[in-house]
Design a protein around this ligand. Sequence first.
Ligand code: ATP
Ligand code: MG
Length: 416
Amino acid sequence: MIQLVKGTKDIYGAEVKAWQEIEGKMRRLCETFGIGEIRTPAFEFTELFVRGVGETTDIVQKEMYTFTDDGDRSLTLRPEGTAGAVRAYIEHGMHNQAQPTKLYYISPTFRCENTQAGRQRQFHQFGIEILGTYSAAQDAEVISVATALLEEMGIKGVELRINSLGCPECRARYNKTLKEFIGKNLDKLCDTCKERFEKNPLRVLDCKEEGCQAIIADAPSVLDCLDEECTAHFEKVQAILKENGIPFTVDPKIVRGLDYYTRTVFEFVFDGLTVCGGGRYDMLVEECGGKPTGAVGFGLGIERLMMILEKLNGPLADAPERDVYIGSMGEAGLMRAQALTFALRKSGVKADCDTVERSVKAQMKYANKIGAKYSVILGDSELESGKVQLKEMETGEAEEVAVADLVEILKEKCGK
Ligand code: ATP
Ligand code: MG
């Protein structure tokens, strides 16, 4: 038997219903915020992610699913959603439309990581990307989307942490300060960080190795390196969050997993696991070949959201639900049951009938299992008299109705 690939999951039954519900909430929420959906391809040219995510990131250095196609082009399965959205924004001239452009996606995402709790190789991200504004108000609005979603899902205990990495100049200043600080302990860093130390010392703050964590514990704060404008921007984000009643803490250690962030970065953390991470990326559109464009967004792991929900609400229970089961006995009954069920379904009633040709007893057992609210059994005598017993499954109470009126009666009972 061929099994599924390590780090991937089948989603079905009660779980897929929960997913549909959450996805529905995400879509409705985006609609109220004026954010439209974008569906980009599952793979892009590798170069897009190398440029868009950054050469010194974990994603590009270790986690991408990269392959060569028949035209000898290097392609990569989407390891995050921002780069594809930015490519599409530029490619389709979206900057010519009313700005900002507000996009969201719900997509499978691929990273070749060691699998463990909260870490898969194919997972799903709900992300939003707002392009065409440099204002702090947009940073706050983006954060408020994630806040509203968590609130609507009744999730409490998620902590919002924010930070600012400043503009490229502030960043350069901080990288220099950090380099001086880390330089004293260079020999204690992991090999990847030794490399990062040269190219992008900021990345060391995001390393998950304990040794590196210990070294950067007392690192100088990036916030002390921000210039006046970047400080003002960060303060404005905080002021708007306060105005909106969104609680947060400032954490100068947050740099996020992607290289392209400027100014505001943030994450939502539950039980030590990041469920949502994002920030402003004012250099990325230009980096990918577009005009200089302010932009901000986040990516939220749907599997991690599910983990939180399960922790808070317990395991998902399968609660099947059908409006009516049209049972039958004999050939003529089966024929009529099929036609009635089809008519009911076309009217929006969740109807089922026997497609296994089981005994009546087995059919009723099945009707119970699928959670049917009503049931009938059509046999020769019902067809002859034109009358059938319509039974309410929970109470066992039955009323006699005309077979000819069955569709109308059930439509009414089911509010269709
Ligand atoms: P982490 O620090 O946990 O590795 P990250 O910095 O790689 O996260 P992002 O690239 O910002 O995360 O991705 C956004 C979100 O996607 C994460 O907050 C998380 O919820 C989810 N995510 C990232 N990698 C995985 C994975 N391998 N499996 C499941 N969800 C993931
Ligand atoms: Mg990661």
